[in-house]
Design a protein around this ligand. Structure first.
Ligand code: 5RP
Length: 230
Protein backbone atom coordinates (compact mmCIF):
# COMPACT_ATOMS: atom_id res chain seq x y z
CA UNK A 1 0.00 0.00 0.00
CA UNK A 2 1.40 3.41 -0.94
CA UNK A 3 1.93 6.25 1.50
CA UNK A 4 -0.90 8.16 -0.25
CA UNK A 5 -3.23 5.18 0.30
CA UNK A 6 -2.36 5.19 4.00
CA UNK A 7 -3.00 8.92 4.30
CA UNK A 8 -6.34 8.52 2.56
CA UNK A 9 -7.35 5.73 4.93
CA UNK A 10 -6.59 7.94 7.94
CA UNK A 11 -8.56 10.78 6.34
CA UNK A 12 -11.52 8.48 5.68
CA UNK A 13 -11.59 7.36 9.33
CA UNK A 14 -11.51 10.98 10.56
CA UNK A 15 -14.41 11.77 8.25
CA UNK A 16 -16.52 9.33 10.30
CA UNK A 17 -16.38 11.88 13.13
CA UNK A 18 -18.11 14.49 10.96
CA UNK A 19 -21.87 14.92 11.10
CA UNK A 20 -24.52 17.31 9.78
CA UNK A 21 -24.33 20.84 11.09
CA UNK A 22 -20.72 20.70 12.21
CA UNK A 23 -18.37 23.67 12.03
CA UNK A 24 -15.05 22.29 10.82
CA UNK A 25 -11.46 23.42 10.55
CA UNK A 26 -9.64 22.12 7.50
CA UNK A 27 -5.92 21.42 7.85
CA UNK A 28 -3.07 21.86 5.41
CA UNK A 29 -0.72 19.38 3.74
CA UNK A 30 -0.91 16.23 1.67
CA UNK A 31 -2.85 14.22 4.28
CA UNK A 32 -5.35 16.99 5.00
CA UNK A 33 -5.77 17.29 1.24
CA UNK A 34 -7.23 13.77 1.17
CA UNK A 35 -9.64 14.74 3.95
CA UNK A 36 -10.84 17.80 2.01
CA UNK A 37 -11.36 15.69 -1.12
CA UNK A 38 -13.38 13.09 0.77
CA UNK A 39 -15.34 15.81 2.57
CA UNK A 40 -16.14 17.35 -0.82
CA UNK A 41 -17.69 14.03 -1.91
CA UNK A 42 -19.86 13.98 1.21
CA UNK A 43 -20.92 17.61 0.78
CA UNK A 44 -21.97 16.91 -2.79
CA UNK A 45 -23.92 13.99 -1.37
CA UNK A 46 -25.87 16.31 0.93
CA UNK A 47 -23.78 16.68 4.13
CA UNK A 48 -24.27 20.13 5.65
CA UNK A 49 -21.12 21.64 7.21
CA UNK A 50 -19.43 25.01 7.38
CA UNK A 51 -15.64 25.11 7.23
CA UNK A 52 -12.68 27.34 7.96
CA UNK A 53 -9.37 26.74 6.16
CA UNK A 54 -5.91 26.85 7.75
CA UNK A 55 -4.19 28.14 4.60
CA UNK A 56 -4.80 29.83 1.28
CA UNK A 57 -4.00 26.49 -0.42
CA UNK A 58 -6.67 24.64 1.55
CA UNK A 59 -9.13 27.48 1.02
CA UNK A 60 -8.66 27.17 -2.76
CA UNK A 61 -8.97 23.38 -2.67
CA UNK A 62 -12.11 23.46 -0.50
CA UNK A 63 -13.76 26.10 -2.71
CA UNK A 64 -12.97 23.92 -5.72
CA UNK A 65 -14.70 21.02 -3.97
CA UNK A 66 -17.80 23.17 -3.41
CA UNK A 67 -17.45 23.02 0.40
CA UNK A 68 -19.23 25.93 2.15
CA UNK A 69 -16.51 28.13 3.62
CA UNK A 70 -16.48 30.69 6.38
CA UNK A 71 -13.88 32.64 8.34
CA UNK A 72 -12.95 32.54 12.00
CA UNK A 73 -14.39 36.04 12.35
CA UNK A 74 -17.80 34.80 11.16
CA UNK A 75 -17.47 31.38 12.84
CA UNK A 76 -15.21 31.77 15.88
CA UNK A 77 -16.16 28.45 17.50
CA UNK A 78 -15.47 25.19 15.69
CA UNK A 79 -16.53 21.65 16.59
CA UNK A 80 -13.64 19.81 15.02
CA UNK A 81 -10.43 20.45 13.09
CA UNK A 82 -8.81 17.67 11.08
CA UNK A 83 -5.17 18.26 10.23
CA UNK A 84 -1.91 16.46 9.52
CA UNK A 85 1.33 16.62 11.50
CA UNK A 86 5.04 16.29 10.84
CA UNK A 87 5.65 14.40 14.08
CA UNK A 88 3.67 13.27 17.09
CA UNK A 89 4.41 11.46 20.30
CA UNK A 90 2.49 9.21 22.69
CA UNK A 91 1.21 12.25 24.62
CA UNK A 92 -0.30 13.69 21.42
CA UNK A 93 2.25 16.50 21.35
CA UNK A 94 2.84 17.54 17.75
CA UNK A 95 5.41 19.20 15.56
CA UNK A 96 3.69 21.01 12.69
CA UNK A 97 4.58 23.59 10.08
CA UNK A 98 6.38 21.50 7.48
CA UNK A 99 3.95 23.03 4.98
CA UNK A 100 4.43 26.49 6.44
CA UNK A 101 0.86 26.91 7.72
CA UNK A 102 1.54 26.52 11.43
CA UNK A 103 0.24 29.93 12.55
CA UNK A 104 -3.21 29.61 11.02
CA UNK A 105 -3.27 25.91 11.92
CA UNK A 106 -2.68 26.74 15.57
CA UNK A 107 -5.22 29.57 15.63
CA UNK A 108 -7.84 27.30 14.07
CA UNK A 109 -6.98 24.41 16.42
CA UNK A 110 -7.26 26.75 19.42
CA UNK A 111 -10.78 27.72 18.28
CA UNK A 112 -11.92 24.11 18.00
CA UNK A 113 -13.40 21.80 20.64
CA UNK A 114 -11.59 18.79 19.13
CA UNK A 115 -8.56 18.24 16.91
CA UNK A 116 -8.09 14.95 15.08
CA UNK A 117 -4.63 14.46 13.59
CA UNK A 118 -4.35 12.23 10.56
CA UNK A 119 -1.04 10.76 9.45
CA UNK A 120 0.75 7.68 8.32
CA UNK A 121 2.51 5.83 11.10
CA UNK A 122 5.97 7.10 10.08
CA UNK A 123 5.06 10.35 11.89
CA UNK A 124 4.90 8.73 15.35
CA UNK A 125 8.15 9.11 17.32
CA UNK A 126 9.33 8.29 20.84
CA UNK A 127 10.95 11.73 21.26
CA UNK A 128 10.00 14.80 19.22
CA UNK A 129 12.70 16.59 17.26
CA UNK A 130 13.74 14.40 14.36
CA UNK A 131 11.67 16.67 12.12
CA UNK A 132 13.21 20.17 12.22
CA UNK A 133 11.02 22.40 14.39
CA UNK A 134 9.56 25.26 12.33
CA UNK A 135 9.47 28.66 14.01
CA UNK A 136 7.57 31.45 12.25
CA UNK A 137 9.32 34.79 12.67
CA UNK A 138 8.88 38.41 11.73
CA UNK A 139 11.37 39.32 8.95
CA UNK A 140 12.38 42.45 10.91
CA UNK A 141 15.45 41.80 13.04
CA UNK A 142 15.83 38.28 11.71
CA UNK A 143 19.39 37.76 12.96
CA UNK A 144 18.49 38.99 16.46
CA UNK A 145 15.55 36.60 16.57
CA UNK A 146 17.67 33.73 15.26
CA UNK A 147 20.24 34.27 18.02
CA UNK A 148 17.52 34.53 20.66
CA UNK A 149 15.94 31.28 19.45
CA UNK A 150 19.32 29.52 19.61
CA UNK A 151 19.96 30.81 23.15
CA UNK A 152 16.47 29.94 24.42
CA UNK A 153 16.65 26.49 22.87
CA UNK A 154 20.07 25.80 24.40
CA UNK A 155 18.58 26.48 27.85
CA UNK A 156 16.03 23.75 27.07
CA UNK A 157 18.67 21.22 26.03
CA UNK A 158 18.38 21.81 22.28
CA UNK A 159 21.31 22.59 20.01
CA UNK A 160 21.69 22.36 16.26
CA UNK A 161 21.55 24.28 13.04
CA UNK A 162 18.90 26.96 12.48
CA UNK A 163 18.14 27.46 8.79
CA UNK A 164 15.98 30.06 7.11
CA UNK A 165 13.45 28.18 4.97
CA UNK A 166 13.92 28.91 1.28
CA UNK A 167 11.77 28.53 -1.80
CA UNK A 168 13.09 29.18 -5.31
CA UNK A 169 16.24 30.76 -3.90
CA UNK A 170 14.35 33.28 -1.72
CA UNK A 171 13.08 33.18 1.84
CA UNK A 172 9.82 31.21 2.06
CA UNK A 173 7.00 33.61 2.97
CA UNK A 174 4.02 32.32 4.96
CA UNK A 175 0.38 33.24 4.35
CA UNK A 176 0.84 35.80 7.13
CA UNK A 177 3.88 37.41 5.43
CA UNK A 178 6.45 35.96 7.84
CA UNK A 179 9.57 33.82 7.47
CA UNK A 180 10.24 30.35 8.89
CA UNK A 181 13.37 29.26 10.71
CA UNK A 182 13.73 25.46 10.77
CA UNK A 183 15.47 24.29 13.93
CA UNK A 184 17.48 21.08 13.44
CA UNK A 185 17.67 19.97 17.05
CA UNK A 186 17.26 16.18 16.52
CA UNK A 187 15.63 15.84 19.96
CA UNK A 188 13.39 18.12 22.01
CA UNK A 189 13.92 16.86 25.58
CA UNK A 190 11.58 19.46 27.16
CA UNK A 191 8.88 20.43 24.63
CA UNK A 192 6.76 22.44 27.10
CA UNK A 193 9.73 24.48 28.34
CA UNK A 194 10.91 25.06 24.78
CA UNK A 195 7.44 26.19 23.69
CA UNK A 196 7.26 28.68 26.57
CA UNK A 197 10.77 29.99 25.85
CA UNK A 198 10.05 30.49 22.15
CA UNK A 199 6.82 32.45 22.61
CA UNK A 200 8.66 34.85 24.94
CA UNK A 201 10.92 36.02 22.07
CA UNK A 202 9.55 39.24 20.52
CA UNK A 203 10.40 38.33 16.92
CA UNK A 204 8.80 34.87 17.15
CA UNK A 205 5.30 34.92 15.74
CA UNK A 206 4.54 31.26 16.53
CA UNK A 207 6.26 27.90 16.72
CA UNK A 208 5.36 24.46 15.45
CA UNK A 209 4.95 22.73 18.81
CA UNK A 210 1.27 21.93 19.31
CA UNK A 211 0.86 20.89 22.94
CA UNK A 212 -2.52 20.17 24.51
CA UNK A 213 -4.38 20.78 21.26
CA UNK A 214 -4.77 17.35 19.64
CA UNK A 215 -7.56 15.28 21.20
CA UNK A 216 -7.23 12.30 18.89
CA UNK A 217 -4.90 10.79 16.31
CA UNK A 218 -5.60 8.41 13.47
CA UNK A 219 -2.43 6.72 12.27
CA UNK A 220 -2.48 4.60 9.15
CA UNK A 221 -0.04 1.70 9.10
CA UNK A 222 0.27 -1.12 6.55
CA UNK A 223 -1.24 -3.42 9.22
CA UNK A 224 -4.28 -1.19 9.73
CA UNK A 225 -5.42 1.95 11.51
CA UNK A 226 -4.24 2.85 15.01
CA UNK A 227 -6.20 5.42 17.01
CA UNK A 228 -4.84 7.36 19.98
CA UNK A 229 -6.80 9.63 22.29
CA UNK A 230 -10.53 10.16 21.77
C1 5RP B 1 1.55 22.23 7.43
C2 5RP B 1 1.53 21.11 8.38
C3 5RP B 1 1.15 19.78 7.87
O1 5RP B 1 0.06 19.32 8.60
C4 5RP B 1 2.28 18.85 8.04
O2 5RP B 1 3.38 19.40 7.33
C5 5RP B 1 1.96 17.46 7.52
O3 5RP B 1 1.88 17.47 6.15
P1 5RP B 1 1.70 16.14 5.30
O4 5RP B 1 0.34 15.62 5.60
O5 5RP B 1 1.87 16.59 3.88
O6 5RP B 1 2.80 15.20 5.74
O7 5RP B 1 1.81 21.25 9.55
O8 5RP B 1 1.97 23.42 8.04
Amino acid sequence: MSSEDLKRQAAARALEAVSDGMRLGLGTGSTARHFVELLGDRVRGGLKVICVATSEATQAQAEGEGIPMSTLDETPELDLVVDGADELDEQLRLVKGGGGALLREKIVASASKRMIVIADDSKKVAVLGRFPLPVEVNPFGLEVTRRQIAAAAARCGCTGELTLRQRDGKPFVTDGGHYIIDCHFAVLPQPEALAAALVAIPGVVEHGLFIGLATGVVLAAPGGLVELGQ
